[in-house]
Design a protein around this ligand. Structure first.
Ligand code: ADP
Ligand code: MG
Length: 220
């Protein structure tokens, strides 16, 4: 499903070069749910950005569903991502001037999804927000915003969900409720998941946990 081989990535900041990955190898089977833990600054978000093709590796290869990113032009990577990947971020990343329903329908504008409005309402209902369809993000609580973001990440039936500390900004109870919804939906759809988290309890929901240390993903 996902295969990273000898992946290299560093950032150049002024005179300094920050090595994140020198030789990262990682594979993930379809339908697997894995957690990634690791200290702040260890490269977890960089890893997700590489897997999504948002940033380019300096060397090595990434392939998702048998498609190697090295073989794709930038516009092709963008299309590939829009079709195959769903994102959930710590800070929700909702569009402030769109209401909940419009936010969830956004990916449908890029991908060809039949009956996007019905699908968006169905997803918002399944995360318990059928009564908040026309609320703007500023009119929603943190937990509600994250449930909107989860619905948005799932509307195009992505093969894989990448979640970057999705409960990091929520209190424990709200975070747990949001995670319950996320796992309920991805289990139903057989979606593959890479979940970055600082919480051992959240990580326990996944089949495997890795720790990112010095550019390597070590299984815990
Ligand atoms: P994590 O998500 O594990 O906290 P990140 O992947 O965000 O870590 O960042 C890893 C390291 O790379 C950090 O030291 C960060 O400061 C640095 N970094 C991240 N993005 C950039 C960038 N665009 N330019 C320069 N340095 C970066
Ligand atoms: Mg991060």
């Amino acid at each position: 499903m996902l295969e990273l081989k000898s992946l290299k990535k560093s950032y150049v900041q002024g005179k300094e070069t920050i090595e994140i990955f020198e030789d990262l190898n990682f594979t993930l089977e379809e339908g697997q749910r894995v957690a990634i833990m690791g200290k702040s600054g260890s490269g977890k978000s960089t890893f997700l950005s590489l897997v999504s093709g948002i940033i380019k590796a300096d060397g090595g290869s990434i392939s998702l569903k048998g498609v190697s990113y090295n073989d794709l032009e930038e516009s092709e990577i963008n299309d590939f991502r829009a079709t195959n990947i769903g994102f959930v971020f710590q800070n929700f990343h909702l569009v402030s001037y769109l209401n909940a329903l419009e936010n969830v329908m956004l990916p449908a504008k890029v991908c060809n999804i039949s009956k996007p409005k019905e699908k968006a309402i169905e997803l918002l209902t399944s995360v318990g927000l059928s009564h908040r369809l026309d609320h703007l993000p500023s009119q929603l609580s943190g937990g509600e915003k994250q449930r909107v973001a989860i619905a948005r990440a799932l509307i195009h039936n992505p093969k894989i969900i990448l979640a970057d500390e999705p409960s990091g900004n929520l209190d424990e109870e709200t975070g747990n409720a949001v995670m319950d919804k996320l796992f309920e939906l991805i289990k139903k759809n057989g979606t593959t998941l890479i979940l970055v988290t600082h919480s051992k309890d959240v990580a326990k929901r996944c089949e495997k946990t890795y720790e990112l240390v010095l550019g390597n993903l070590n299984q815990c």
